[in-house]
Design a protein. Structure first.
Length: 131
């Protein structure tokens, strides 16, 4: 895996597409996507009706990282894999003030955790969503 941090001190940069938030052996999401509607991120993924009961019981994990203010919104036990969709409400900073700056984009990730909490998938970077 390529390094997610590049540059020379003090000018480091993070390539969010190379960040692996979690690592595991569970089947990851298939053809996952995300879109922002208002202050809600709508995540979707493909569902295979041939999956067995155990795989269908996995739960989605979502992460929305906002680098401008070093903040994140997340869900650690969301919808079941068989649902194919989940929403995450995000708190967005819409203007610059003395304590924060306006969020211009969100870095998004998705993964799954097994129902028994014994297995987890690798996280998948879904991309940068403009605010």
């Amino acid at each position: 895996m390529e390094e997610a941090v590049t540059g020379v001190y003090p000018n480091f940069k993070i390539d969010f597409s190379k960040v692996l938030v979690i690592r595991g052996k569970l089947l990851g999401p298939l053809n996952a996507a995300v879109k922002l509607e208002g202050d809600v991120l709508k995540f979707t993924w493909d569902v295979d009706r041939n999956w067995g009961y155990k795989l269908n019981r996995d739960q989605v994990m979502l992460l929305a990282y906002k680098p401008a203010n070093d903040e994140a919104d997340y869900l650690v036990s969301g919808a079941r894999r068989k649902e194919g969709t989940e929403e995450l409400k995000v708190s967005l900073r819409t203007k610059t003030d003395s304590n924060s700056v306006k969020d211009e984009f969100i870095e998004t990730y998705i993964a799954f955790i097994s129902d028994d909490r014994e297995s987890i998938s690798d996280s998948v970077y879904l991309g940068r969503v403009s605010v």
